[in-house]
Structure formats: C-alpha cells, structure tokens
Design a protein around this ligand. Structure first.
Ligand code: AHR
Length: 319
C-alpha cells in the first residue's frame, strides 16, 4: 500500500508537470502555424516551402500548409481556413500586392498575427507583424548596372521576361531595371511579356520573341532564373549561343542558375534568398511576446557573374 502511495506521489511530482510543460506558452499543446504559399512552380519556391517546413519542425510547431497554385483566391480561402481553425500565427507569401485587406482584418480581429514573407502588399502596416523580403527595386538596378558594366552603353535591345502580373517583384524588378537604363538613351526594352515566373512559359515567350525579331535581341532580362533557363533552351533551339550571342541576366541565384553560369549560358544572376523559415518564425515569436518589429526586415542580396562560378561555388549553394 505504502509503495502504491509513493508511486502516486512520484507521478504527481514528475509526470504531471512534464505534460503541462509540453503545452508551452498556452498550456494547450504545441503552437499551430498556417503557411499559405503562392505556388510551387519553380525551384526558388520549393526552397522557400522547404525552409518554412523545416523550421517549423525544428522549433516543434505544428504547420498547416497550403499551396495556392498561383491563384490569389485559393490563398485567401486558405487564410480564412487557418483563422477558422484557430491557428496561433500565419505566414503568408502573397501572390499579388493588392486585395488582402479584408482577410487580414479578419485575422487581426481573431487576434492571429500574420507575417508576410518574400512579397510585400498594399495594405495598412498594422495588419501584419512585418514584411520579410528582398529589395526588388535594388535587384533590378543591380542587374542593369552589371549588364552596362559588361556590355557598355549600347545600342542594346533588351527582351524582358516579366514575372507574374501584379506581383511585387514583377513591378519592382521592372522599375529598378528601368531606373538605370533610362539614363542611357541607346538601351531600350524592345519586347516585354510575362513568363509567369516559370520555365515552361519563359521558354514559350522567348520562342515568340525569337520568331518575331531574333537577330536583333542583344539581352534577355528575366525577372527570375527559371524563366531565364527556359529562355536559354529557346535560344539554343533557335541556333544562337546564350551567354555569347545573347547576354542573359536574371534574379534568384538558384542552383540551376549556377549550373547555367558555370556552363557560360547565363551571364549574371542576382541573389534573392528563399530561406525565409528562421526569420519568419523569429517574427511570429516576437509577435507572441509582444515585441514590435520594423515594417520591413530586409534580406541582403549579392550578385554573381558566370566568371565567378566554379565547382566550389556551385557545391556551396544551399538552394
Ligand atoms: O517573390 C520572389 C519571386 O517569386 C522569385 O524570384 C520567384 O522565383 C518566385 O516565384
């Protein structure tokens, strides 16, 4: 009898408090976080998804994940669903820059903090904890500056492959590139169309550009690497040498771009990190602790030319 009594005391002292400790801050089990991803159409986005999933697992959070499949309405429905499920926080990688205010107000009214990753939106700043992402205008400017260093002041005809219409990086990468080339009257964007940030459509649009005026294209400026890689395939099939006959420049710095730079097919790629997981969860933890963050946590970007890329650089790429 005495032994049973002792066992009950040990259980009460050790096991019951441990069970409560697992419930962490709210004593309610691990925190749950919803992640609404734009799409998974290219390696950059797959790397971002992986980064958020891995970090959730590392920190012991339950992650509810939704792929918006490049449709904003899917993302809005996913955020509403996260709110209905009573998640503790939401990470949102928004496809377009407008149309988010109503659903973000619903999250705010439910007391659920929302962290924006990789693309900014047009909405009152108090609706989100912070925006974590790159300076897309600066990225476009960097591409133009490197192109001018490499090729001079023209004449240059640039074929532009734009990202998804209405997306923050599409708007700003175009603006940044134009900020620089507008100072050079002999450098002009002579063709410009969306390739939707993916390889297949980047290739199709480049094929059309080449059919229309292939002999007069000096530069391809693609708003991301995946479209540049599609364009490189189209240039080869057309019978020209990418990287030599046509200068190819893009943004993201994914592994496939480094392979293309090492082969001499891609001239330059400006980095844009997709590794958002750690900073996104840091931001949510700050929100839960009542710590204010700046409106924008800026990711720093570098740039690589094909001449910078050897096997060691390629091997060191994390995404
Ligand atoms: O928002 C970042 C951009 O979106 C990346 O450049 C692109 O690859 C992605 O789909």
């Amino acid at each position: 009898m005495k032994k049973v009594f002792m066992a009950l005391i040990v259980f009460a002292l050790l096991v019951v408090p441990m069970a409560f400790a697992e419930g962490a801050a709210d004593g309610d089990g691990p925190k749950t976080v919803g992640f609404s991803q734009t799409d998974n159409q290219n390696p950059w986005r797959l790397a971002e998804t992986e980064s958020v999933k891995t970090e959730a697992a590392n920190r012991g959070y339950e992650l509810k994940y939704s792929d918006g499949q490049a449709v904003q309405a899917n993302q809005i429905a996913a955020v509403r669903d996260f709110i209905a499920q009573g998640v503790d926080g939401i990470i949102l990688a928004p496809k377009t820059s407008t149309g988010w205010e109503p659903v973000l107000r619903e999250a705010q009214e439910a007391g659920i903090p929302v962290v924006l990753v990789d693309r900014d939106i047009e909405a009152p700043k108090d609706l989100v904890v912070t925006f974590i992402g790159s300076d897309f205008i600066l990225e476009g400017e960097m591409v133009a500056e490197i192109m001018i260093e490499d090729l001079g002041e023209g004449p240059l005809n640039v074929a532009e492959l734009q990202g998804q219409p209405g997306a923050d990086p599409t708007i700003d990468r175009k603006l940044g590139f134009e900020n620089i080339i507008n100072n050079y009257p002999n450098i002009n964007i002579t063709m410009s169309q969306t390739g939707e940030f993916n390889r297949t459509q980047g290739k199709q649009v480049m094929e059309a550009f080449l059919q229309a005026d292939g002999e007069n294209i000096d530069v391809v400026y693609a708003h991301n690497d995946d479209m540049a890689i599609g364009a490189i395939q189209a240039i080869k099939e057309y019978g020209l040498e990418p990287g030599k006959d046509i200068y190819v420049a893009s943004i993201d710095g994914v592994r496939d771009a480094f392979v293309a730079m090492k082969a001499g097919d891609l001239n330059v790629s400006v980095e844009c990190t997709p590794l958002m997981g750690p900073s996104a969860f840091d931001a949510l933890e700050s929100a839960w602790a009542g710590i204010e963050l700046p409106d924008w946590v800026i990711n720093e970007d570098g740039a690589y030319r094909s001449t910078d890329v050897d096997q060691a650089v390629l091997d060191s790429r994390k995404y």
